[in-house]
Design a protein around this ligand. Structure first.
Ligand SMILES: Cc1ncc(COP(=O)(O)O)c(C=O)c1O
Length: 400
């Protein structure tokens, strides 16, 4: 390791709170689907900063828009209107098929807002303050106390208890377990349309449709978390389109800003009127820089036909991963949708990740010993071939 890289890592460990076991790589710059570290080593990136960099690194149109905005205005507060927020908001409303947007700074904050909106809707109806929310086991919704409270992972939750009250957990894709948790206090059901961090599990059609039906019948708010699986990743602008349903609230982040921190919760007909001035707020959320990023992302999505591209290229990724899975005994299963795929392994996933890094490929993990593939949405078949070459080399070296 070169002295410069070593020095940065040492200083990081003396400076930054140790909440991550980081890989021993210092990333320096990126171009399209390639990343470069401080030693000039090139990596083919199939992680996209955890499903964020949808449009690839150093995208010219995106950079120009941001540079233009930086020289005009970066922040206003929400005491005033700003045009980028209005433009991005209109595009997000159209894309989701819902009614009103609240911009946040992260996915976690989008979840917080969604929980508050669901509770407020229920409170407006009956004035009760003991409403319950049903969340899913193996879900991931974020690390703040509210988002953690609906995250079905006891390892993440345990040291930070007590969390918020009234949360019950059901099993994903098991409708009976959801029904068993419903009471007259249930105000919301929250779930990812495709579980990411929990191990890449898509919702079964019958499950998600039945949930929608129950929410309609019992006037429960359905919150779909599309922070990871939304914005084109699965070959749909939002994954719920695949099932022909709509949530009452959808949470969005990651690809929405293509690397600029921005999230949103978007509310539909049933709930969008439930909050009034004073109920929710943020200093930065929806600032002109973040929303110019989101607005530009929508423009590039339509100009470059990103969703259509994902639809075209994703079957090739699936086929390639299936071929790799059939070649190695240490791969139990491939699962996923579009450009959000996982390989469940029987050898430690971290060994594969480290070996892949040596071979110039960045991949990440998900729970349950799963190798996760969430590349920039602009990847080509040639990029997939190169990924396969590097990945097979890594498996060969590990299983030889
Ligand atoms: C499905 C899902 N929800 C919520 C979050 C939290 O988003 P953020 O890390 O932007 O706060 C994540 C992050 O990985 C996620 O994958």
């Amino acid at each position: 390791m070169e002295t410069k890289t070593k020095k940065i890592i040492e200083t990081a460990e003396e400076t930054l709170l140790h909440t991550y076991n980081r890989y021993q790589i210092v990333l320096d710059k990126g171009d399209r689907v390639y990343l470069y570290d401080t030693e000039g080593k090139e990596y083919l990136d199939f992680a996209a900063g955890i499903a964020v960099f949808a449009l690839g690194y150093n995208n010219k149109k995106f950079n120009e828009a941001l540079n233009d905005q930086i020289s005009k205005l970066v922040h206003t507060s929400n005491l005033f209107y700003n045009e980028p927020a209005v433009n991005a908001g209109a595009k997000l409303v159209k894309a989701t098929g819902l009614k009103r947007v609240f911009f946040t700074n992260s996915g976690t904050e989008a979840i917080e807002g969604a929980i508050k909106l669901a509770r407020k809707y229920a409170y407006n109806k009956d004035g009760r303050t003991d409403h319950e929310i049903i969340a899913m086991n193996h879900s991931f919704h974020g690390r703040s106390i509210g988002a953690l409270s609906v995250t079905g992972n006891s390892k993440y939750q345990e040291p930070f208890k007590p969390l918020i009250g009234g949360i019950k957990f059901a099993d994903y894709n098991d409708i009976e377990s959801v029904k068993a948790n419903i009471t007259d206090k249930t105000c919301a059901i929250i779930m990812e349309t495709l579980q990411g961090e929990g191990g890449i599990y898509p919702a079964e059609e019958s499950f998600i449709k039945e949930i929608r039906k129950i929410c309609d019948e019992k006037d429960i708010v359905l919150i779909l978390d599309e922070i990871q699986c939304g914005m084109g990743r699965t070959g749909y602008m939002f994954t719920y389109e695949r099932y022909g349903i709509k949530p009452d609230i959808v949470t969005v982040a990651k690809a929405l800003g293509n690397g600029i921190p921005v999230g949103a919760f978007v509310a539909g007909d049933k709930v969008y009127n439930a909050m009034v001035p004073g109920d929710h707020g943020t200093t930065y959320g929806g600032n002109p820089l973040a929303t110019r990023a989101a607005d530009t992302v929508f423009d590039i999505f339509s100009e470059d036909k990103i969703v259509e591209h994902v639809k075209e290229v994703a079957p090739y990724l699936e086929k390639t991963l299936d071929e790799i899975a059939s070649k190695y005994d240490c791969i139990k299963e491939r699962r996923g949708m579009g450009l959000m795929q996982g390989l469940e392994l029987t050898i430690p996933v971290n060994d594969v990740i480290l070996k892949a890094q040596k071979n110039g490929l960045i991949v990440i993990s998900a729970s349950g010993n799963v190798l996760r593939f969430v590349p920039p949405l602009v990847i080509t078949k040639e990029d997939i071939d190169l990924m396969a070459e590097k990945l097979c080399k890594s498996f060969d070296e590990l299983t030889a």
